[in-house]
Design a protein around this ligand. Sequence first.
Ligand code: SAM
Ligand code: SF4
Ligand code: SF4
Length: 333
Amino acid sequence: MKDLRGRPLGTLRLSVTDRCNLRCAYCMPEDEYAWLPDASILSAEELERVARAFASVGVREVRITGGEPLLRADLADVVARVAAIDGVEVALTTNGVLFASRAAELRRAGLARVTFSVDTLRPERARELSRTTRLADVLEGVRAARAAGFPRTKINTVVMRGRNDDELAEVLAFGREHGAEVRFIEYMDVGGATRWSARDVVSRTEIVEALGATALDEADGAAPAARFRARGGETFGVIASTTAPFCARCDRARVTADGVLFTCLYAERGLDLRAPLRAGATEAELAAVVEGAWRARDDRGAELRATVADRQPLVPLSRLRADPHREMHTRGG
Ligand code: SAM
Ligand code: SF4
Ligand code: SF4
């Protein structure tokens, strides 16, 4: 099943909540947010039905995201239900604050891989960048992933000029010490990045130069990260979503915690799956809706943004307040 640009559907990013216990400067810099209504949030059973429909039209990886997925008390149940689907691997993206004490439970539930967001190793910086005093718990989470036997753990680091771009070598060393490959992510002008400015983007070229790195391989297939080897020997990835978008190979669909399907991070509108889901649609009927949306997909949001002169934040605050579906923390990143 291919979209209008010949791209297959491979990955579902399934958001399980729009709530978060951090306030990262590139994602949730405001003091107040409009939240999805509680009654609209999909139950574990509904999330499983969504995942089954996507699996039946080709999805092989379901990445659970948010908001912060660990804020859901029933996360292990969600993981177990999705991991039980034939041919599906379940991964998790988390800020790590609440991970350590639940690592073993999630591993038992069938979670295959974990990616942690770690933007700094300095407690005072974590307070500024993410408004948290719990950096030690985040770092403990990364250690706990290894202790619980998770393979191929990753660390995502969004690089912002003047905020954490002097710390990249330290983050790499931390990753190496704890068996986690680091991926540096260019700061994106997605919905929710209301303080975004082109000046604050540190490009892949700058990151690679700062680390004295050499190229290992280009991003290929649906993998967004090109890989490099740093002066110190560590391998790492860079996701250059802002300066070199990978739309041409993008195989991802996103579903928000209230069941709205987006075929692009930048898409203005989504398709409601919750109504058919709650009206009792069968897996085949839901799959047909997903298939129709994917076959009609023409998105290449980041590529189009890259052609805009004098880029400003993508979505004005007033529109985010009117509809939180355009927020990165609602779409799941
Ligand atoms: N709360 C979890 C976390 O932080 O890992 C999962 C959700 S978060 C929205 C998913 C990913 O989106 C994170 O890795 C985060 O760094 C990334 N992200 C959010 N806003 C971004 C931005 N403006 N530019 C680049 N990446 C961003
Ligand atoms: Fe940070 Fe993730 Fe929360 Fe966004 S959703 S504020 S990236 S922890
Ligand atoms: Fe995929 Fe849209 Fe991101 Fe491009 S901007 S990589 S099409 S989600």
